[in-house]
Design a protein around this ligand. Structure first.
Ligand code: SF4
Length: 257
């Protein structure tokens, strides 16, 4: 993040300027969070081959270059229109942390206080996490993969398990409010869903867990034959096995799934 001091492009495909693809009141998030004032950044530090937002996550030019002042104005407008929170998402919000923090300083100076929600793949450094740890009110992270091999193959994310579990551990040790999202991938219940759920049961058992069924083949999965093993929807049997295992582990998933 801090290396992008100039116009050089980072792994997130962005230079040092934030870009916003859209912002609006999201009504499709988990019930206690809506209406959620959602800000979609373009660019992402992952390359998920099934990304449903690939048009903005892999194409930062789709977003409009913005400033901390503009981010502050967006938050004020969304709040005045009834948003219960500000939901930072993308793409991925992580590359935009300095700009988000600057916008929050501007809001504070104006006496505006809006609950902050971090909607992220959680692939960020300890330094990045420490910057937002005392600022975010609710965590809405993805926990995608149960091993590094799948993370590398489908998201080009090296050391995924180490990085993401480190960040989850930091948040869960503090017993922060958290709703973990896990998207079940076809054929990945044993290698991904179960290790993710097991880790949560052992390390973050108070979290609400949203076990999501809505995977559909998209982007490179439909374009390239090398991902054809995930070119289908998740079966009902796979979902039932995921739910059964979550129940066996004692996870709180039924409230949000
Ligand atoms: S982390 Fe999310 S936004 Fe980024 S590429 Fe993966 S699915 Fe798309």
């Amino acid at each position: 993040m801090w290396r992008r001091q100039n116009d050089e492009e980072g792994a997130c495909l962005l230079d040092h300027k934030p870009r916003v693809a859209s912002f609006f009141h999201h009504l499709g998030e988990e019930a206690p969070l809506v209406p959620s004032g959602t800000v979609f950044f373009s660019g992402c530090n992952f390359r998920c081959v099934y990304c449903q937002n690939w048009d903005i996550s892999q194409h930062p030019e789709a977003g409009v270059e913005t400033t901390p002042q503009a981010l502050a104005a967006i938050q004020i407008r969304l709040r005045e229109e009834g948003a219960r929170n500000i939901n930072w998402v993308g793409g991925e919000p992580t590359p935009n942390i300095p700009h988000i923090l600057e916008s929050l300083r501007m809001l504070a100076a104006r006496g505006v206080n809006v609950p902050q929600l971090w909607n992220s793949n959680m692939y960020l450094t300890p330094e990045g996490l420490s910057l937002i740890l005392h600022v975010m009110d609710i965590w809405l992270p993805d926990f995608k993969y149960g091993n590094d091999k799948c993370a590398l193959k489908y998201s080009v994310a090296p050391r995924y398990w180490e990085v993401v579990t480190r960040n989850f551990s930091t948040i869960c040790r503090r017993r922060e409010d958290i709703i973990v999202r896990h998207l079940v991938l076809p054929g990945h219940v044993e290698c991904c869903t179960k290790p993710v759920l097991k880790w949560l049961a052992e390390n973050c058992n108070y979290a609400l867990v949203n076990i999501m069924q809505q995977y559909r083949p998209d982007y490179l999965v439909v374009k390239l034959d090398k991902y054809k093993e995930i070119r289908r929807r998740v079966t009902e049997e796979e979902m039932q096995e995921a739910y059964r295992y979550a129940t066996e582990l004692g996870l709180a998933w039924e409230e949000v799934s």
